[in-house]
Design a protein around this ligand. Structure first.
Ligand SMILES: *[C@@H]1O[C@H](CO)[C@@H](O)[C@H](O)[C@H]1NC(C)=O
Ligand SMILES: *[C@@H]1O[C@H](CO)[C@@H](O)[C@H](O)[C@H]1NC(C)=O
Ligand SMILES: *[C@@H]1O[C@H](CO)[C@@H](O)[C@H](O)[C@H]1NC(C)=O
Length: 497
């Protein structure tokens, strides 16, 4: 290149460098990140069409999971029509035990089939816990628990799951554990447990207080799945809609332009749902196996995963397995009563505006709530003051606060402990959030003013009357984690620091 041609470029580079120096380092980083994202997004849009032309469709054959990597402590009994399943690669077996024990303790079913898909770290412990406790306690219940390993290896046989690993170095996927096939396990359950008419998938941070037999018998109106709707978030939080539409259109052109019939063919993609559609929580999902397989929902989710990988992570945000699940199933699931997934119980604090919204909805739903609301607020304020004082003191000592190293939200005076007002009617308590019950000491959860975590109001709010079983609001408002600890009561001291 001639020196003259190089000169203006050099000048521009110098100018840029000077400008860059003037900028603060963080600002610069942000701008560069933004530019990168912009370029990646443009790139993804341009290439959506090309990618979708490639066939990345592999139907899941019926016998797929039979010849595989899954090995169970006890052969999965293929005679039952309802299975409760968990899937987790967490090393701690006790939360899974709590989910199983609580399910078994509260059902009137005579037979309960449970399959726990776990990683090698938890398998041995869980097998022991099940052997030592559940079989003995469940004497009146025919409880069949299979602890199975190898689901992750099995899922790695799917091209989409392998493709996902290509995002291992992506800056868009910040939490790499989200790429673990275990996060996708739920979608494959109707294939792995193809003998069961219905499967209840549970996250491992739940306790079940209701009778799952209701779910086994419930009419799902022909829908392939059922879950609890969550209108605190809408789809556009998770999905880049213009990009999703570009991928969908390209796939539709390709599938539509090909003469193909039968199960081996890629299905026509669904219409893209509205971007303001409420999401559902995937912690508790009931699958109707036949409909799920017939609609080829696992394969559709795989298609979306492939598009996601192809977009270099631009298609979805705030998660990796949640968005394609939401997109594939939007407006195509049966809405379960909210009692089946009472969420947020792993939270610590709540701000005033959010609490007002929670209280307003409790007032609408429960005749008895208005009668306790004022006492409840007073109690919440009192607990907030205690937490503030304790955390301020801990911070002054230089110690970590009980809820971690976060700044003390109670100090501002507009934060309260997170309260679930309708715990008494909850059928499943879901401890999603940071403060997990198994990390809390027993002494802490049984304390009248627990230093951290959500509080559950156990008052019966069904009727418009003030009196309730536990008497005063003080007596009724206890740590939600206490309920979890009831189901591991026989396991000796847990979570004692
Ligand atoms: C990620 O980066 C590492 C180290 O740079 C490299 O060895 C690996 O192959 C990369 N993985 C992918 C999927 O690109
Ligand atoms: C959401 O959809 C509406 C109606 O289709 C559209 O006007 C709006 O721009 C969309 N918003 C986003 C963020 O995609
Ligand atoms: C299982 O739950 C029951 C009912 O709450 C409880 O009594 C029992 O102790 C639990 N089992 C273990 C091993 O903790």
């Amino acid at each position: 290149m001639a020196p003259r041609a190089r000169l203006p470029r050099l000048a521009a580079a110098l100018l840029l460098a000077a400008a860059a120096r003037a900028m603060s380092a963080t600002k610069k980083r942000k701008q560069i990140q933004k530019l990168k994202e912009l370029r990646a997004s443009e790139w993804a849009h341009r290439r959506a069409d090309k990618s979708a032309k490639k066939t990345m469709y592999y139907g899941i054959p019926d016998e797929w999971s039979r010849r595989g990597h899954i090995a169970c402590s006890r052969e999965i009994d293929r005679g039952g029509d309802f299975v409760v399943a968990v899937a987790s690669d967490a090393p701690d077996a006790v939360p899974i035990f709590a989910a199983i024990n609580s399910t078994a303790a509260n059902t009137r079913r005579r037979r309960l089939d449970v399959v726990a898909f776990v990683g090698a770290a938890a398998a041995g412990d869980l097998e022991r816990l099940v052997e030592d406790h559940l079989r003995r306690e469940g004497a009146t219940l025919d409880l069949r628990v299979s602890v199975c390993r190898g689901l992750d290896d099995q899922l790695q046989l799917r091209p989409a799951m392998r493709a996902l690993q290509m995002l291992g170095n992506s800056t868009r996927v910040k939490r790499k554990e989200l790429l673990s096939p275990f996060n996708f396990a739920a979608f494959y359950l109707p294939h792995v447990l193809a003998h069961a008419a219905r499967i209840l998938y549970l996250d491992t941070d739940v306790v079940v207080r209701g009778d799952v037999d209701e779910l086994a018998r419930m009419d799902l109106g022909g829908k392939p799945a059922a879950a609890v709707e969550d209108c605190s978030q809408v789809l556009r939080k998770y999905i880049d809609f213009p990009l999703a539409e570009a991928y969908r259109a390209a796939t539709a052109r390709r599938v539509g332009g090909r003469a193909c019939a039968g199960d081996g063919c890629e299905p026509m993609p669904r219409e893209t749902p509205g971007n303001a559609t409420c999401v559902f929580n995937r912690g508790v999902v009931l699958f109707e196996g036949r409909a799920w397989r017939a609609q080829r929902l696992a394969e559709r989710i795989e298609r979306l995963v492939v598009d996601f990988v192809h977009s270099k992570g631009a298609l979805f945000r705030a998660g990796v397995s949640q968005p394609p699940f939401l997109l594939a199933l939007a407006e195509n699931y049966h809405k379960l009563d909210g009692a089946w997934n009472v969420r947020g119980l792993g939270r610590d604090a709540v701000g005033l505006p959010e609490w007002r919204a929670i209280a307003a909805s409790a007032r609408r739903a429960f005749g008895g709530f208005a009668g306790v609301e004022r006492d409840l607020m007073r109690r919440m304020a009192a607990v907030a003051r205690l937490r503030d004082a304790a955390r301020a003191a801990a911070l002054a000592r230089g110690a970590a606060t009980p809820a971690g190293r976060v700044a003390n939200p109670y100090a501002r005076g507009d934060h309260y402990p997170y309260v679930c007002p309708h715990a008494a009617s909850a059928k499943i308590l879901h401890f999603n959030g940071e403060v997990k019950p198994w990390r809390m000491a027993r002494a802490q959860v049984s304390h009248p003013t627990p230093a951290e975590g959500a509080l559950c109001l156990w008052a019966d709010l069904g009727a418009a009357r003030r009196a309730h079983r536990c008497g005063t609001v003080e007596a009724c408002l206890t740590s939600c984690a206490g309920e979890w600890h009831r189901y591991v009561g026989g396991l000796g001291p847990l979570g004692e620091p």
